[in-house]
Design a binder for this molecule. Structure first.
Ligand code: MRU
Length: 350
């Protein structure tokens, strides 16, 4: 089962994550603009999953464009690229994947429009396969940190649903479980969209991983009681200095972990690193609809006119992190230098 894939009917199929855990429903799109809307509305979410969805959307755009000549096709793709990149601003995987697809399309060796269309689809398929492969490499590295008997605190959803398959931080936990380690996971419910209670708990159910959902506000309580041995979360963008921008609430658990002397790791593929932004404070933070706070999933908590704020992400300064777990290994401080060295070694990042 893949979160997002290309069908024999030349459509993009994805799990409708708004319906999990109540239903495992799929949606299919034959228009790249509908994929952009699905990303914005979080039908598909999670940095790697939206990156691959956007890559497939670029392949769709190529097919939607009636042009016979290369110039007109490239113009059409440029417009699609702008629309897709606007869907969500924080996760760099989205812009990275779209830019990468534009580079594929502009390859001068492709001198016929149909060759570009074929190359776009082949590349999107390759990115999807690579995502799964890379997640397993990440998991192999990360699982070395988990000991038999450990309880791990996890934030948001970073599992198969947030990627094409397997997952990043939850993938590390899954690998430790598959290695036969006896582990337990405390899942932050992750307000307001509840990715922890709805999606991560559903994945733990499927994989038979021992878990409890906890209110976000209970993380400190369990840390202080000595129940949590490790904290792991994902990343939507990692700045050049190692600051991690991730689901809102990550910062407070990283600070609490430091206070309680608990190691805290961020887990991500190197396609999430953005060396063009010097620190996390330079990353645009998405502000989402206020009704996600006032009336989550249609359940009104307060009158519609009550005031609210809804940042979807926050910045965890690198000083609170014990390490960054990537497909290239576990990066330790000093993060700025070591991230740069790691990124230099990568031949073809995805
Ligand atoms: O708003 P979301 O659900 O797309 O946010 C997702 C996260 O913050 C994840 O932790 C991040 O994308 C890493 S997923 C492997």
């Amino acid at each position: 089962m893949r979160t997002v894939e290309w069908t024999d009917q030349n459509r993009v199929r994805m799990i409708d994550q708004r319906q999990v855990p109540w239903q495992l429903a799929y949606v299919e799109y034959d228009d790249y603009r509908m994929v952009a809307q699905a990303i914005a509305e979080m039908v598909v979410r999670g940095a790697p999953a939206i990156g691959v969805s956007a890559a497939f959307a670029m392949a769709l755009a190529g097919r939607q464009c009636p042009a016979l000549d290369v110039g007109s096709l490239l113009e059409y793709l440029e417009v699609a690229a702008v629309i897709l990149k606007k869907a969500r601003p924080t996760a760099v995987n989205l812009a990275w994947a779209v830019d990468h697809m534009m580079n594929v399309a502009r390859d001068e060796r492709l001198d016929r429009a149909d060759d570009i269309r074929a190359a776009l689809l082949a590349e999107a398929q390759h990115m999807a396969d690579q995502d799964v492969e890379i997640n397993k490499q990440i998991a192999q590295h990360g699982a070395t940190l988990i000991k038999n008997g450990d309880t791990i605190l996890h934030h948001c959803n970073t599992g198969m649903l947030a990627t094409v398959d397997y997952g990043t931080a939850l993938g590390v936990i899954r690998m430790a479980h598959e290695q036969g380690k006896r582990i337990h996971v405390l899942l932050d419910e992750t307000r307001p969209r509840l990715q922890g209670s709805r999606l991560s708990a559903w994945e733990c159910e499927q994989l038979n991983i021992s878990y409890d959902i906890i209110p976000d506000t209970a993380a400190g309580y369990y840390m202080r009681r000595g129940e949590i041995k490790l904290v792991m979360f994902g990343a939507d963008r990692v700045a050049a200095n190692g600051d991690v921008v991730n689901k809102v609430g990550s910062y407070q658990i990283a600070v609490l972990a430091r206070e309680n002397r608990i190691p805290c790791y961020s887990v991500f593929p190197t396609s999430t690193v953005d060396l063009a932004v010097p620190t996390g404070d330079h990353v645009p933070i998405e502000e989402r609809d206020l009704d996600e706070v006032r009336a989550p999933y249609g359940c009104s908590i307060v009158p519609d006119h009550y005031r609210a704020r809804n940042p979807a992400f926050d910045v965890t300064p690198q000083k609170y992190l014990s390490g960054l777990i990537t497909e290239c290994g576990i990066i330790l401080p000093p993060f700025g230098d070591n991230l740069r060295k790691t990124m230099r070694k990568i031949r073809r990042p995805i």
